[in-house]
Write a protein that binds this ligand. Structure first.
Ligand SMILES: *[C@@H]1O[C@H](CO)[C@@H](O)[C@H](O)[C@H]1NC(C)=O
Ligand SMILES: *[C@@H]1O[C@H](CO)[C@@H](O)[C@H](O)[C@H]1NC(C)=O
Ligand SMILES: *[C@@H]1O[C@H](CO)[C@@H](O)[C@H](O)[C@H]1NC(C)=O
Ligand SMILES: *[C@@H]1O[C@H](CO)[C@@H](O)[C@H](O)[C@H]1NC(C)=O
Ligand SMILES: *[C@@H]1O[C@H](CO)[C@@H](O)[C@H](O)[C@H]1NC(C)=O
Ligand SMILES: *[C@@H]1O[C@H](CO)[C@@H](O)[C@H](O)[C@H]1NC(C)=O
Ligand SMILES: *[C@@H]1O[C@H](CO)[C@@H](O)[C@H](O)[C@H]1NC(C)=O
Ligand SMILES: *[C@@H]1O[C@H](CO)[C@@H](O)[C@H](O)[C@H]1NC(C)=O
Ligand SMILES: *[C@@H]1O[C@H](CO)[C@@H](O)[C@H](O)[C@H]1NC(C)=O
Ligand SMILES: *[C@@H]1O[C@H](CO)[C@@H](O)[C@H](O)[C@H]1NC(C)=O
Length: 374
């Protein structure tokens, strides 16, 4: 009896999950929030996002036209989502300000827990300030810390970028994975005061290339910037492509690729296909390279779409020159000349043969004649 119940429950669950999968991403699913596209597996409601993982739930503030993810601690505003497995969010910088005596007057710090997301290798931790360090530390399952240190007693005279003189950066992503982490900036004790030109120390994560250090502007007050774009990697599930096999959510005309970092996998349209590789009813469709201008046929040839690729066609009587994809008239002179040569050669050959044959039949008469005379 117990076994029957278990079986029944199992059947019911199986049925329910099938229903859920089929009901995914219905027609009512929101596809935009402000100017950010919402693509499956992300969605604003349980029937619209990948149901197995609540981290794919996004929230759209309709009035402010802002899309955000919830990382378990706080909301992070989304900048954009890419199908290749990246998500850009805004993350606040943190700061510690000091008074004349060197005591903390104001402080902010942040902790994050990224759930199914992990910090991309494209991010860097940056510190702006003198005689200070910035620190990213993980806690929970694994405790680690890394950071960078900046020592200086005067503002940098030249603008050489974030290479000392009040600014340092370091890579942090290998450490962080999917752990909860906090970010902090702290002044070192026992150094001469830098308060008059650098009252606060700042630390932030930012996508490589999005921050250009300018000592004159940033040492006094980090511009008026309070947040930076940070790239997060996202992936589906906890297991690799091999392990998930054909139970992956990847659609037709798509392949499974292992997540570059962390666990899980991503889906990718086959070459020459485009669409949403994560959602079977949409899936990846053949790309019409011809109408999209993604072909290299020259003007003299005609582009013809094929599944997954394209072909350059030439009018009859012409052939494709693959070195520059242009059509070339099949040169008619060469075959004529060749044929002419062959015929001419044959004629000469036949003529010669004829002459030789005649000579051969005549020769004995000539040779015999004198013998007869003799
Ligand atoms: C989206 O709109 C905001 C302003 O509403 C703008 O600052 C931002 O640059 C836009 N992003 C893109 C990718 O167009
Ligand atoms: C996302 O935003 C970044 C920076 O604004 C931009 O470089 C990138 O091309 C965008 N990606 C997509 C998929 O829109
Ligand atoms: C600064 O901190 C020290 C202890 O660390 C304290 O004795 C001192 O009164 C503080 N000064 C101010 C102005 O708050
Ligand atoms: C993380 O930040 C939240 C909100 O600021 C706070 O409630 C929580 O205690 C912090 N967690 C840790 C471990 O510091
Ligand atoms: C960061 O960007 C610079 C140029 O913008 C590039 O030279 C460097 O390789 C990048 N580093 C990483 C880790 O992407
Ligand atoms: C930020 O500062 C610049 C000058 O450094 C100024 O032109 C701009 O208006 C400021 N932006 C805001 C939002 O305050
Ligand atoms: C995967 O596909 C193969 C052949 O297409 C099939 O035999 C197998 O049962 C499938 N496995 C699962 C878990 O669906
Ligand atoms: C694969 O691509 C072809 C060509 O666009 C399309 O007809 C077919 O429906 C696609 N298959 C799936 C499962 O989306
Ligand atoms: C044209 O494109 C095709 C397919 O992308 C490629 O194989 C070929 O080498 C290209 N030819 C030239 C001349 O660029
Ligand atoms: C393509 O290359 C051939 C020689 O390989 C040349 O004769 C022809 O003019 C080229 N066509 C174009 C459109 O550049």
């Amino acid at each position: 009896m117990e076994r029957m119940t278990v079986l029944f429950v199992a059947l019911f669950l199986n049925f329910a999950s099938t229903q859920l999968v089929k009901g995914q991403h219905g027609k009512d699913c929101q596809t935009n929030c402000g100017n950010v596209s919402i693509i499956y597996p992300f969605g604003t409601s349980p029937s619209c996002h990948y149901s197995e993982d609540p981290t794919f739930k996004v929230t759209c503030d309709k009035r402010e036209k802002r899309l955000s993810i919830f990382d378990g601690i706080r909301s992070l505003e989304v900048i954009n989502i890419s199908r290749s497995g990246e998500l850009r969010v805004w993350m606040d910088m943190v700061y510690t300000c000091y008074n004349n005596e060197g005591n903390v007057s104001e402080k902010s710090y942040r902790n994050y827990t990224l759930g199914s997301f992990s910090l991309s290798e494209k991010n860097k931790l940056t510190l702006v300030g003198c005689n200070a360090f910035a620190l990213v530390s993980t806690f929970g399952m694994r405790e680690h810390a890394t950071g960078c240190l900046s020592l200086c007693n005067s503002p940098s005279a030249e603008n050489v970028g974030c290479k000392g003189g009040g600014c340092c950066t370091t890579e942090v992503s290998p450490l962080l994975g999917r752990y909860e982490f906090e970010i902090d900036s702290v002044r070192l004790d026992g150094f001469p005061s830098v308060h008059d030109f650098n009252p606060c120390t700042y630390a932030f994560l930012a996508e490589n290339g999005t921050f250009k250090f300018d000592p004159l502007r940033d040492m006094k007050n980090l511009g008026n910037v309070t947040r930076f774009p940070v790239v997060l990697d996202w992936s589906v599930g906890e297991v690799s492509c091999n392990q998930v096999g054909n139970a992956s959510i990847c659609s037709g005309n798509a392949t499974c690729v292992d997540a570059t970092r962390g666990k899980g996998y991503n889906c990718q349209c086959l070459q020459g296909y485009h669409g949403n590789p994560y959602y079977t009813p949409l899936g990846c469709k053949d790309m019409d390279e011809c109408s999209m201008g993604r072909h290299n046929c020259s003007r003299s040839s005609t582009c013809e779409n094929t599944l997954g690729s394209f072909r350059c066609k030439c009018p009859s009587g012409q052939r494709l020159d693959t070195s520059n994809m242009s059509c070339k008239t099949k040169d008619p002179r060469w075959p004529t000349i060749l044929l002419g040569t062959i015929i001419g050669f044959l004629v000469i050959l036949l003529g010669l043969l004829g002459v030789q044959q005649r000579l051969e039949t005549e020769e004995p008469e000539i040779q015999e004649a004198p013998s007869q005379v003799l």
